[in-house]
Ligand binder design. Structure first.
Ligand SMILES: [Zn+2]
Length: 693
């Protein structure tokens, strides 16, 4: 089939012989499954292919997309499912009266529609055949449709025939029998462009289709087609043609055209075509036109044409960045820039490579997949060996974000370099899972931190990478278990998991919560807590301006001796007495003293925090994390067991054992470094700060 718009009208009678110039797109019309039957034909690297088009000298140049437009279902590449369904439909004589062909541009929607039109009307070479999935291409019907002059096959562009009047014309026309062929076939391209009224008018016809009429709709935007229309059509989703299929297809065409193209150049065109045969063929057209006579098309030329970065260069960049080698990374970026590669395209290529590497990592067998370019398989396979899926996932995130940053940046090159620097920096860092595993190995005492790298490394240069491990959540759990089994860390039991701490603290908690409703405060801190929320000013002074000298708690009331700071209100003792009377119903005696007493609660809290930080800073796990993340700081040590004042609870078991007895004065022992005190523990299972992206 030649054309609807360009150069055919002058040769109205001889033209319908296109099968002569396109004997199947793979050189031989393999009957059933062209894609499988025809392995990649070698690309003609030398000019003067034996199959060069015989018609070239006599005919004006026709673009490849037209010249090699598929003539039958065997030629249709990359749409095996559609072809199978249509073949079955024709074989069983159950051809729908309306088809909806959808897919991205250039995948062969109208081409398929035209093949169906011929399949419906073909009468075979002897003039006696019926509808067939394999139109003969030689009968008058086939020839007329191929030449675009069949009176019963109407091809309309819905974009320019979108009114209700246009559809009414069709409705009028379908009432008449076909003038020549078996069926009247209406091919409506871009059918989603029809107006609402036009769709409604069309719907009436689709509801009661005359038996001798077939509608073939094509659209790139299926969602704009009303459901009422869709429900009356048999729908076919044409797929993007796979890269490898395109590459083989283009290689075959290049060979037939006698054009020598480097395999890598063909692969680039296939990649750039993004699933569209037509787009790819127009790129191939341009590529073939580039070299001077007698020379082949080189990958460099095609790369320049497409504005692509060199694949090897992208691989260099990726390797350098994943090694954390900043100078090499930036040098490779400079080379890409010199070659005129767009910074955004470079990052997009790197993201694509990251995807490929991740696939290699996830499914190692893909490294033997012939559809993956040789360079990717060899170099990419080796690179993938050294990376883990978490590292690749992180690289993917950085690159995706980076592509947007580059797009938004006034200086695209600078933005791309910043992204690469970030990538190289991140690549050096171990993943949280690796740190925890490595450190938990060290904590067990069997392996020093450095030693655990040896077990994980797979000939990798960077300590950041080890073998792919299980998810970090599992590892955290494992650390928790290990620390229960052997608390090698001494005072610090709960290193990475909150669970062991919770288990140990839990028994202590119920008494405390049971004690809370009891009206008699057992410690001075509980007295202070009574003021919280009730007397904010008093509470603040009790925390900051009061040194406890003596505290006796008894069920019938208690005695408190305090030394107040100068900034405390004079009637503080009176306020506190009133509060205690009010809240406990008991008589308390609050007196002022000149004895130095304890530090204020605020002082205790500060001191305890400093001590916790100090203790935490000496813990091997924390030390190792600090080493792994230079510049990291311990900002806070969270401990679920601490009270609102940041202090560990007093030893309540003793207080309760002495039920009713005066609590010893030093009972409020606040020293956090005390071995009996709970260790520090984050209140969630993740080590703080280690899960940051
Ligand atoms: Zn025919």
């Amino acid at each position: 089939m030649t054309s609807d718009t360009d150069l055919s009208p002058d040769t109205s009678d001889e033209l319908p012989e296109p099968p002569m110039e396109g004997p199947g797109l793979f050189g031989d019309p393999a009957p059933a499954a062209p894609a499988v039957a025809a392995p990649a034909p070698p690309v003609a690297l030398s000019a003067g292919s034996p199959v060069s088009g015989p018609d070239q000298p006599s005919q004006p140049y026709r673009v490849l997309a037209r010249k090699y437009r598929p003539q039958d279902f065997n030629d249709l590449i990359g749409q095996e499912a559609l072809v199978r369904t249509l073949r079955n439909a024709f074989a069983q004589n159950r051809v729908a009266h309306a088809f909806m062909l959808t897919g991205v541009r250039g995948v062969g929607k109208t081409t398929t529609a035209r093949i169906i039109a011929r399949a419906l009307n073909c009468i075979g070479p002897d003039g006696k055949g019926g509808p067939t999935a394999d139109p003969c291409g030689v009968c008058p019907e086939c020839r007329a449709i191929l030449a675009d002059r069949h009176p019963d096959v109407m091809e309309l562009d819905a974009a320019s025939n979108n009114s209700v009047d246009n559809v009414r014309e069709i409705r009028e026309a379908v009432r008449f029998r076909p003038s020549q062929g078996r069926f009247k076939v209406y091919i409506l391209d871009e059918v989603h462009m029809l107006s609402g009224a036009a769709f409604n008018a069309l719907l009436k016809t689709l509801e009661e289709p005359p038996p001798q009429v077939k509608f073939l709709f094509a659209t790139t935007e299926i969602r704009k087609v009303p459901a009422t229309i869709l429900s009356r059509c048999q729908r076919f989703d044409l797929k993007r043609v796979p890269q490898e299929t395109l590459r083989r297809h283009f290689a075959g065409i290049a060979e037939k055209e006698g054009a020598a193209i480097e395999p890598e150049a063909l692969a680039m065109i296939a990649r750039a075509a993004d699933g569209s045969v037509r787009d790819g063929l127009s790129l191939l057209d341009q590529a073939i036109a580039m070299p001077t006579e007698g020379e082949g098309v080189s990958a460099d030329q095609v790369r320049d044409m497409l504005g692509l970065a060199d694949r090897a260069l992208v691989m260099d960049l990726m390797e350098a960045a994943m090694r954390g080698d900043l100078p090499a990374t930036l040098a490779a970026m400079d080379r890409a820039h010199e070659r005129g590669a767009d910074p955004g395209v470079v990052l997009a290529d790197m993201a694509e490579l990251t995807h490929t590497l991740t696939r290699f990592r996830a499914v190692p067998a893909l490294r033997n997949d012939p559809s993956v370019p040789e360079a990717d398989r060899v170099r990419g396979g080796a690179l993938a060996e050294t990376l883990t899926i978490p590292v690749l996932g992180r690289a993917w995130q950085v690159l995706l974000r980076g592509i947007n940053e580059v797009a938004d940046s006034p200086d695209r090159r600078a933005a791309a370099e910043m992204v690469l620097i970030r990538l190289a920096h991140l690549a050096e860092m171990p993943t949280p899972g690796e740190i925890v595993r490595r450190l938990s190995g060290a904590q067990g005492g069997a392996q020093p931190v450095a030693g655990s790298q040896g077990s994980g490394a797979q000939g990798s240069a960077s300590p950041a990478r080890g073998a792919a491990g299980p998810a970090s959540g599992t590892l955290v759990g494992a650390v928790g278990t290990a620390s229960i089994g052997g608390p090698a860390g001494g005072g610090l039991r709960a290193v990475a998991g909150g669970a062991p701490v919770a288990a140990e603290v839990a028994p202590a908690m119920p008494p405390e919560t049971e004690a809370a409703p009891a009206p008699v405060p057992a410690t001075f801190r509980e007295v202070v807590a009574l003021a919280s929320g009730r007397k904010p000013m008093l509470h603040a002074h009790l925390v900051h301006s009061v040194h406890l000298v003596r505290f006796d708690a008894r069920p019938e009331g208690g005695r408190i001796e305090l030394r107040t700071r100068p900034d405390a209100p004079r009637d503080l003792a009176g306020q506190l007495t009133a509060l205690l009377q009010e809240t406990t119903g008991a008589r308390w005696t609050v007196s002022l003293s000149n004895a130095p007493g304890e530090p204020t609660i605020a002082e205790q809290s500060r001191e305890a925090k400093a001590a916790r930080l100090e203790v935490a800073g000496t813990h091997p796990l924390v030390l190792a994390v600090m080493q792994a993340f230079p510049g990291a700081q311990i900002r806070e040590v969270r401990d679920a067991a601490l009270d609102a004042y940041g202090l560990p609870p007093p030893d309540l078991s003793m207080a309760l054992a002495n039920d009713g007895e005066p609590v010893e004065e030093d009972e409020t022992g606040y020293l956090p470094g005390d071995d009996a005190g709970p260790g520090f523990a984050p209140d969630d299972a993740e080590p703080a700060g280690m899960d940051r992206p």
